[in-house]
Design a protein around this ligand. Structure first.
Ligand code: ATP
Length: 319
């Protein structure tokens, strides 16, 4: 990927700037800045406790950051000047002919999902276990259905506008069930599905909210190799056919290196590397962080790496 093709510099959908999150005396995220390219799969990686989930929680409104700006350009090309004006003005978002932009650090979590278009999944699956797979996907579209009812008794009375919206919601749910290969389990309670199927259902549920940005917290955790390969295919499909930007936290380097357009590496709440998968894979600081060596040893790792790359024509699987 050359410099021109870096969506995260030419067309960022999400810009995290100087994000800091403190828990009492603990600095979990330390003046972190990065961009997520529109239509990219972006991976946030790093050793345990590096601050990845905290970043997710700030982006999705579960935490209010101690400091920093998190701007989501939902569509269009909102200029930096317009963004600066919004920031100064104290509003949460701006919608105009040239596009819409949302300052997520100022918004409540439900508004981030509903109007900014950010959906997420969790490290620990959070489906409605007693509801069927289909019902889980219909509940996800509750906001849209409420809008169609005009927030009145229209839904109960079965007015045409509501009936059409209900039909469309069911069609969307069925389509996503088919796509994640769960159509034959539509009427089974979510809790009865095997683990890998629950993970896919959670992704389908997030997609039913029509997100611009889909945040996945360790989607490959607990999956077997076949399921991991299916997940890769699904995520590429979401990116390529639906244009959804994907931001994922992932420990499975096979998944990260195969599907990511862009990788950001955190260590102790700071960014230590940012680039394409192959750039990051060959970054000595990243290798050092994963191997847990001290800072002084990084030079040594870098020297080792220089020697290795001099003898190895193609980069491969360093992590
Ligand atoms: N709500 C909280 N209260 C206090 N400390 C927290 C809280 N959430 C996270 N932390 C701390 O912040 C640091 C970063 O944690 P975080 O969960 O963001 O890391 P992570 O990179 O997602 O780790 P993992 O890969 O293990 O999930 C850790 O030291 C953690 O203990």
């Amino acid at each position: 990927m050359n410099q021109q093709n870096r969506n995260w510099t030419t067309d960022p959908v999400l810009s995290v700037e100087h994000l800091t999150m403190r828990f009492g005396g603990l600095l979990a995220v330390d003046d972190l800045s990065f961009d997520v390219g529109r239509g990219d799969i972006t991976a946030l990686i790093g050793p345990n406790g590096a601050g990845k989930t905290t970043v997710f929680n700030c982006v999705t409104g579960f935490y209010k950051p101690t400091e920093g700006r998190i701007a989501l350009r939902r569509e269009g090309s909102v200029s930096d000047a317009a963004l600066a004006e919004l920031t100064r003005g104290g509003q949460q978002y701006r919608r105009a002919d040239d596009g819409s932009v949302f300052l997520l650090e100022r918004m409540a979590d439900f508004k981030i999902t509903e109007i900014a278009g950010v959906a997420r999944t969790f490290q620990n699956i959070r489906l409605f276990g007693g509801m069927t797979a289909l019902e889980n996907l219909l509940v996800a579209q509750h906001n849209e259905l409420m809008r169609a009812s005009g927030y009145t008794i229209g839904g109960l009375l079965g007015l045409p506008g509501y009936r059409r919206a209900a039909e469309a919601a069911k069609e969307k749910a069925v389509e996503w069930l088919r796509r994640v290969d769960l159509l034959d389990r539509a009427d089974d309670p979510a809790a009865d599905l095997p683990y890998g199927a629950q993970r896919r259902l959670e992704i389908a549920r997030a997609l039913c909210t029509n997100p611009v940005l889909l945040c996945l917290d360790e989607p490959a955790a607990g999956l077997n190799p076949r399921e991991s390969a299916e997940l890769n295919t699904l995520l590429k499909y979401i990116r390529d056919e639906h244009g959804v930007s994907v931001l994922l936290i992932e420990h499975d380097m096979g998944v990260v290196m195969e599907i990511s357009d862009h990788v950001i590496v955190l260590d102790y709440g700071k960014k230590i590397s940012d680039g394409t998968a192959s750039e990051v894979r060959n970054d000595a600081k990243v290798i050092a962080a994963y191997l847990g060596v001290d800072d002084e040893e990084v030079d040594e790792v870098e020297r080792d790496l220089d020697v290795k790359t001099a003898h190895t024509p193609a980069p491969g699987g360093a992590l």
